[in-house]
Design a protein around this ligand. Structure first.
Ligand code: AVI
Length: 319
């Protein structure tokens, strides 16, 4: 895939630059939309709903593995870690493992400081012994974590297989940056979705209720608001397919019939059947992901799987 792959997270930019970049990608051949635009208010709610569908196994499967991994980490490293949640969102996963982990500090990082501050405030009363901080960072760019922001031994936490939404090259760059911000005795606990049967993968990204289809189409509503396009989401069909050669689920929107899409100062024709590429979700083998961690300077110290080996959690050492 070329540089226009939606697996690339577009760096935050000024509003004007951002609009130009969105329109440039829309006007490219093939057209693409960066996946970060899924997550407006409705998109975030639809993603939460996807996690409840019977077909979307990653969230449920990871939830079975997480407490086992957390207990093993506590037994090995003792109490008093600083849990650093990379892309904390509503902090729900950390909220769940904190009693098992018995950490001393919790540092929740998210692109939206306002959102993560509220989320931390909501969970704080349940963990009176944990010192909590909320930080705003765009983790798709260069980021740092000072000693004062996260003192003590750090356990970086990156669940949900969000790493799969980066291209493999950008995934290694992200892991390298995490390694640089782990401290000498730091650890990384990361969730990774694994390669499996095509039918299981494709169903997970094309559930029978159509929640993922709504999530995919909603990106067009979001673009209509932020760049003034006149997309009609119902003229677009949701497509999810497993690209075996590249080991990734691809999501596309496919024009049902030929039509024009206009925006202030421009327009573009789409043929019937023409696609806009909206997301990649890479699936790894355990050995393939371990190799990525090692290339980024981490040493794998443990791995946990569910009974079907559909999903894995890796623990890696910075040392
Ligand atoms: C957020 N991310 C890990 C999800 C995934 O599985 O790639 C996004 C998603 N897209 C469609 N369904 C879920």
């Amino acid at each position: 895939m070329d540089d226009e792959s939606p697996g690339e997270i577009v760096a935050a930019a000024t509003a004007d630059e951002e609009v130009r970049e969105i329109l440039r990608r829309l006007d490219s051949q093939p057209a693409s939309i960066a996946p970060k635009y899924f997550y407006d208010r409705l998109g975030s709610a639809l993603f939460a709903a996807i996690c409840e569908t019977p077909e979307y196994y990653p969230t449920r499967t990871e939830a079975v593995i997480l407490p086992v991994a957390a207990a093993a980490i506590r037994d090995r490293l003792g109490r008093g870690l600083t849990l650093v949640d990379l892309g904390a969102g509503d902090c729900r996963k950390s909220d769940g493992i904190m009693p098992v982990l018995d950490c001393a500090r919790y540092v929740a990082i998210d692109i939206s400081i306002a959102f993560v501050r509220d989320a931390v405030a909501a969970i704080e009363p349940r963990h009176p012994q944990v010192v909590m901080t909320a930080l705003g960072r765009d983790l798709s760019r260069d980021w740092t974590l000072d000693e004062e922001e996260a003192p003590g031994q750090r356990l970086l936490f990156y669940p949900g297989s969000s790493i799969g939404n980066f291209t493999p090259e950008l995934a290694v760059a992200f892991l390298r940056r995490a390694r640089a911000n782990a401290g000498a005795d730091g650890k990384l606990l990361i969730g990774v979705d694994l390669v499996k049967d095509r039918a299981i993968l494709e169903a997970a990204y094309d559930d029978r209720l159509g929640v993922t289809a709504a999530f995919n189409r909603n990106v067009l509503n979001h673009l209509n608001r932020i760049v003034g396009t006149d997309f009609d989401p119902m003229r677009w069909r949701h497509v999810a397919l497993f690209n075996e050669a590249l080991s990734r689920i691809e999501m596309h929107l496919e024009a049902c019939t030929e039509h024009w899409v206009a925006w202030p100062g421009g327009r573009r024709h789409f043929d019937g059947g023409e696609r806009i590429h909206t997301e990649n979700s890479y699936k790894y083998t355990p050995a393939g992901f371990a190799e990525k961690l090692e290339r980024a300077g981490w040493r794998v110290s443990d791995r946990w799987f569910d009974e079907n080996r559909w999903f894995a959690m890796f623990l890696a050492d910075a040392a």
